[in-house]
Write a new protein. Structure first.
Length: 186
């Protein structure tokens, strides 16, 4: 078997029982045999501050950047807050994409999906997220789009995705991303 594709999975929510953390957990179980989806928690990353970069990245930021560099691509699962991406996710992109020490997003393949209890899923936040990723130099997969609407009806109280079409969309997105990475150059 060829080398396993190493994808870094990031949830844009810090809440332990968020729909998006559950989607990311399900995604790790829905990967194919040739893909490893390793999750990364953004909780330790400080608020972006250019003054903190002067002596090199803070340890938690350096660790985050190393995790990105050690991956073949990043798979981001984002909630939507007031028609936008969460601040914690924008903050992580600002650190990872900063040119002051090393922009690790430049040329990095990235894909986005997201879940929300609203009827629009996360269409607005993903649009904003993709814009920020592109501005940081990432190579962002545009299709397929996965906007998991009415997530509260598709994910049970234990975090299990109960909607089979949603599981299929997540698996399809991961498969498409892995194949798309094959056609990209870092």
């Amino acid at each position: 078997m060829a080398n396993k594709r190493n994808i870094l999975g990031i949830s844009g929510s810090l809440r332990r029982d968020s729909f998006n953390r559950h989607v990311l957990a399900a995604a790790t179980e829905l990967t194919e045999a040739d893909v490893a989806l390793n999750t990364y928690d953004l909780a330790a990353i400080p608020l972006f501050n250019g003054d903190l970069e002067e002596g090199g990245d803070p340890a938690s930021v350096a660790e985050f950047k190393r995790a990105i560099l050690d991956s073949d691509g990043i798979f981001i699962v984002t909630p939507e807050y007031h028609h936008g991406m969460p601040g914690v996710l924008k903050n992580a992109i600002d650190w990872a994409g900063s040119d002051a020490n090393h922009n690790v997003l430049k040329g990095m393949p990235a894909a986005t999906i997201g879940a929300s209890p609203t009827m629009f899923g996360t269409a607005f936040s993903q649009q904003q997220l993709k814009q920020s990723l592109v501005a940081a130099g990432a190579s962002v997969m545009q299709q397929p789009s996965v906007f998991i609407a009415h997530a509260n009806k598709k994910i049970d109280e234990n975090g299990a995705i109960t909607h089979e079409d949603t599981k299929a969309m997540i698996a399809s997105s991961l498969r498409a991303f892995s194949e798309w990475i094959d056609h990209k150059e870092k």
